[in-house]
Design a binder for this molecule. Structure first.
Ligand SMILES: Cc1cc2nc3c(=O)[nH]c(=O)nc-3n(C[C@H](O)[C@H](O)[C@H](O)COP(=O)(O)OP(=O)(O)OC[C@H]3O[C@@H](n4cnc5c(N)ncnc54)[C@H](O)[C@@H]3O)c2cc1C
Ligand code: FES
Length: 278
């Protein structure tokens, strides 16, 4: 029988190798990955890939590196279940499967020339790290940049070295808060919304990018609207359970939208009336 070779299907599983790993916290691990045939994934900040472990399963995971890094890409994975725990056990040199990248990311071209207010809650820093590193590597293409990051406890802080570097840069404003301090914490204490009133912005030229746990969105959006940021300048990313990643199975549907294809990054003005979204 004639052999069928699938070249350009969006379902195509590509072989990839783990180049390095790093434990970030008790639950989160960082992986640097390269496609085995030297291909590039060419993602936009905010897009995700499907990570496939043979015989175990497949999970959607955001790419957390800058699209300007072409020969490899990074992911940050929280161990919560079957696939993610198995992924945590893999070491440098292990082979995995990749599909994607999928979905719509942050509208970089629209953000260029404007001020940015980037708000990350917990693991939401992973997809936003892709945007942040891109913006910092193309710093002259953007106006003022504010980064606000919040997590429950200091031990949950991701990418600590980078947070330290951001806090030292003079060309951006970085602030961090934790819900509960420990004995060594000398920074802000309180939920992330407590940082927003103090941020000095020009609302008409500020675009907001938010990723965090669902509970955070309503509160953060309320604060942003209070500051005068127009609804159509607020972008946020939604996580839904996903299977195909390709707009076919309907698993990730919010009304007439597929999170995997129309999102995961959405413009607030377009989805604000979808009660299932929040
Ligand atoms: C677009 C997108 C991007 C994502 N990016 C990241 C990322 O960068 N890093 C990361 O660690 N995780 C990310 N996730 C979540 C990740 O896909 C889930 O944690 C993973 O699918 C769990 O699979 P599992 O087999 O390990 O757990 P399972 O054994 O399937 O489930 C364990 C627990 O996790 C919950 N869960 C499963 N899938 C999801 C999901 N899609 N969203 C929320 N909860 C889920 C289950 O309800 C259950 O409580 C993303 C999800 C989406 C949709
Ligand atoms: S995951 Fe199948 S339609 Fe979105």
């Amino acid at each position: 029988m004639e052999k069928v070779v699938i070249i350009n299907s969006s379902y195509r599983l590509k072989k990839a190798k783990i180049l390095s790993t790093k434990k970030l916290t008790e639950k989160e691990k960082f992986f640097e990955i390269a496609l085995s045939d030297g291909e590039r994934i060419d993602h936009e900040p905010g897009q995700f890939v499907m990570i496939s472990l043979l015989g175990i399963g497949e999970v959607p995971i955001s790419v957390c590196s800058s699209p300007l890094i072409r020969d490899s890409f990074d992911i940050c994975v929280r161990a919560v279940g079957k696939v993610t725990n198995s992924l945590h056990k893999l070491k440098r040199g292990s082979e995995i499967g990749i599909r994607g990248p999928y979905g719509k990311g942050f509208p970089i071209r629209m953000l260029e020339g404007n001020d940015l207010l980037i708000i990350a809650g917990g693991l939401g820093l992973a997809p936003l790290r892709s945007l942040i590193t891109y913006v910092l590597d193309s710093r002259r293409d953007f106006g003022r940049v504010h980064i606000l990051f919040g997590c429950k406890e200091p031990k949950e802080l991701l990418f600590r070295d980078e947070l330290e570097q951001w806090s030292e840069r003079t060309d951006l404003h970085y602030a961090c808060t934790v819900d509960r301090a420990d004995a060594d914490w000398a920074g802000n204490v309180g939920v992330i919304t407590t940082l927003i009133p103090g941020v000095d912005i020009e609302p008409a030229r500020t675009f907001a990018a938010i990723v965090g746990p669902p509970v955070m969105y309503n509160f953060v959006i309320k604060e942003l609207l209070n500051k005068g940021i127009p609804e159509n300048q607020i972008y946020l990313s939604f996580e839904r359970h996903m299977k195909c990643g390709n707009g076919k199975c309907g698993r990730c549907q919010i009304q007439n939208l597929y999170c995997c294809q129309d999102g995961p990054v959405f413009n607030y003005e377009k989805i604000k009336n979808m009660s299932e979204a929040f």
